[in-house]
Design a binder for this molecule. Sequence first.
Ligand code: GLU
Length: 296
Amino acid sequence: MELQQLVDRIASEVTPGGSAADYIPALARIDPHTFGLAVATLDGEVFGAGRYERPFSIQSISKAFTLALALAENDDVWTRVGREPSGSPFNSLVQLETEQGIPRNPFINAGAVVVTDHLGLGAADRLLEFLRQESGNPSLDVDPEVAESELDHSDRNHALAHFMASYGNMRNPVDVVVREYVRQCSIAMSCADLARATLFLARHGVRNDGTRLLGVSGAKRVNAVMLTCGTYDAAGQFAYRVGLPGKSGVGGGIIAVVPGKCAICVWSPGLDARGNSVAGVDALDRFTTLTGWSVF
Ligand code: GLU
């Protein structure tokens, strides 16, 4: 089946469900039944269905890109954050105490805050520049309304950062790092933008301009952490159903990588109890079942 027919078929078959995240008030206003799907092939061509060109809040999807940017410099970030699934909610404080301020992985909030701190001041602008280049969309930006709404409700992220600071695992002032982190999460992108921006992971580290962000091993590692830790404490269920590295966000987006073939982004704001998009996981499950394109 042609990719365009395939994405059209999936968009017509999925039933959006669940409810939009409401702990960030600006996200609660989005219609949970909206659906978009985009597949970008290695040459940058995009096949889309539904609202695939409508920007949404990327939220935790940003964490896959900040990890890649940190690893592009060197492996030092692994002295400050682990790479095991947490089995706990993304914003949990519990493990940090028993594990002396070293977060389990870079995709729970505590771990992502450490990665942002590691990238240093201006981390969100660096990420934005990277995403503009990879998506080919120079107008990408932070959604100021979402950023303000999230910053007004970021007591827990401040608590995580202060807790890590008490263990010496924070280099910059907590307020500054949390502001950077909130800005990176509040970037607005469409499924088409995100699918294109994720292609470097499908090309084993090679960017859209032919230069390398990561070596083959670096790309393998980001994909591996996405597979094991990228979809909250439902990563096992996601691997079972979809069989691809993926990273979800509470805005309802999920990116997924088929190494050597394509990058996918699906968006539907209705979330399940673990925080993953209901229709998003369903669409990716159908995609890998219909194409046989999985890492397994
Ligand atoms: N900015 C959100 C937070 O820190 C990200 C959550 C997510 O998408 O997992 O709570």
